[in-house]
Design a protein around this ligand. Structure first.
Ligand code: ACO
Length: 427
């Protein structure tokens, strides 16, 4: 018999089972609460609510730990590749060489987009934000790939998962090409996943494109760092959309829409814009004061996290990667110095110490992406590209769970009680 949690209310006692995970906080199973007490729990923002069971990713925010299928993100970033980490997330174990070769080949076979989708792009304004295009095009995939939308069929689920992971770089690169008025570049399946994306983004049909191996590795590492992050807002959106039985392309489009917001995936764009606005180290104290001022809506972008109350382990890898990319590309952007000094000042400031606000993954990612040559508007699109494998893996986990139900939160109603309709002439 496991532990139980006791709730005493109006002279009655109710017992709720406590369920243990493999590591991390236990959960109180309150599924019977409403039936037994007629009450709901109230937890806006889900700060204390586990919405599902998952074996994919574990985060200990207090200790700054992030594990995918048990492997630490630092180790994966150092030794793995995005393809291998994707396999791990989808299948639960690291692949053998043969499995990895087979998986990489399968993904590369799905990189092309249905040719008619190019026409779809041309319906967008040239100045459309790449995330607007990503939401639209990814949602539209369900209109082009009918043969893999039966979510009850595991083969369909597998094919649509592979399609999403494989086509996302093509979709993101085409969004970029469209915005700069250059022709779309078809995938080259002889390149790596990330090398192919770089070529589709920065190559032009008129010239050969050579992939810079340092940039390729840095970007691949950025993709690993963004591959999954437990039940964050966009992943929960994908799960909620998927819980109704919607097809995976529609669900991932919903995740992209959620990711777009500045409090989530849009933070790397906002962080770089902020660093550029600060411009020189002497202006940092002014911005730190603004971030601390309750009457000023300004926040240090790339700082703070709902779960991490310690250094985000992904930010550590990012900081190292900035140095590598800057050295390889001989970049001397003052924005990195501003970032380093801002981090140091904030980490020594009582406000940030007391509130446990540390740099998150977005603080340095914008600096690297900008050095590689991506415009800020592409940053969140890159995040979406990398997070697709996490969304897809979480969606698959949910659909394969026999106990899966439609997600349907309840509410604390505070509106008017029932009242009679008053005809317009009497109001
Ligand atoms: N700068 C200044 N103060 C901050 C910051 C910040 N970046 N982040 C939080 N605080 C303060 C809040 O004002 C609040 O103060 P209070 O207790 O006096 O009211 C306290 O710290 C707690 O903040 P909340 O917003 O309640 O924390 P929450 O967990 O809801 O928010 C969030 C986390 C949204 C990430 C927040 O820290 C933030 O807005 N950061 C900047 C945006 C950002 O970098 N987002 C990226 C997140 S990572 C990702 O999506 C990949």
């Amino acid at each position: 018999m496991g532990d139980t949690a006791k709730l005493s209310m109006a002279g009655a006692d109710f017992d709720y089972p406590v369920i243990k995970g493999s590591v991390g906080p236990d959960v109180v199973d309150i599924r019977k609460l409403y039936g037994q007490t007629g009450m709901f729990t109230y937890d806006p923002g889900f700060t204390s609510t586990a919405a599902c069971e998952s074996a994919l990713t574990f985060i200990d925010g207090d200790e700054g730990v992030l594990l995918h299928r048990g492997y630490a993100i630092g180790e994966l970033a150092e030794h793995s590749t995005f393809m291998e980490t994707s396999y791990l997330l989808l299948n639960g174990a690291l692949p053998s060489q043969a499995e990895l070769t087979d998986f990489s080949r399968t993904i590369s076979r799905h990189t092309m987009l249905h040719e008619q989708l190019a026409t779809f792009y041309r319906g967008f304004r040239r100045d459309a934000h790449p995330m607007a295009i990503m939401c639209g095009v990814v949602g539209a995939l369900s209109a082009f790939y009918h043969d893999s939308t039966d979510i009850a069929d595991p083969v369909h689920r597998k094919i649509s998962s592979h399609r999403l992971i494989a086509k996302m770089p093509t979709i993101a690169a085409m969004a970029f090409k469209y915005s700069v008025g250059q022709p779309f570049v078809y995938p080259d399946n002889s390149l790596s996943y990330t090398g192919n994306f770089l070529r589709m983004t920065f190559g032009v049909p008129a010239e050969p494109y050579e992939v810079n191996p340092v940039v390729e590795q840095a970007l691949d590492r950025i993709f690993i760092l963004h591959a999954d992050h437990e039940q964050n807002a966009s992943t929960s959106t994908v799960r909620l959309a998927g819980s109704s039985g919607a097809n995976p392309f529609a669900c991932i489009a919903a995740g992209i829409a959620c990711l777009w917001g500045p409090a989530h995936g849009g933070a790397n764009e906002a962080a770089l814009n902020m660093l550029r606005e600060i411009g020189t180290p002497d202006k940092i104290p002014h911005y730190i004061e603004r971030a601390k001022d309750k009457n000023d809506p300004f926040r240090l972008m790339g700082f703070g996290h709902r779960v991490y109350k310690n250094y985000d382990p992904r930010a550590t890898v990012m900081q190292k990667t900035v140095r590598e990319v800057f050295a390889a590309l001989k970049v001397n952007d003052p924005v990195f110095e501003v970032a380093l000094q801002l981090e140091e000042m904030a980490l020594n400031d009582p406000y940030f110490i007391e509130k446990k606000l540390f740099p998150n993954v977005d603080f340095y990612s914008g600096v690297i992406l900008s050095a590689i040559g991506f415009p800020t508007t592409m940053f969140t699109a890159l995040f979406a590209l990398a997070r697709t494998v996490g969304w897809v893996a979480q969606w698959n986990e949910m659909i394969s769970d026999p106990g899966q139900k439609i997600g349907r939160p309840r509410q604390l109603y505070t509106g008017p009680v029932e009242r009679s309709y008053v005809p317009l002439s009497k109001r």
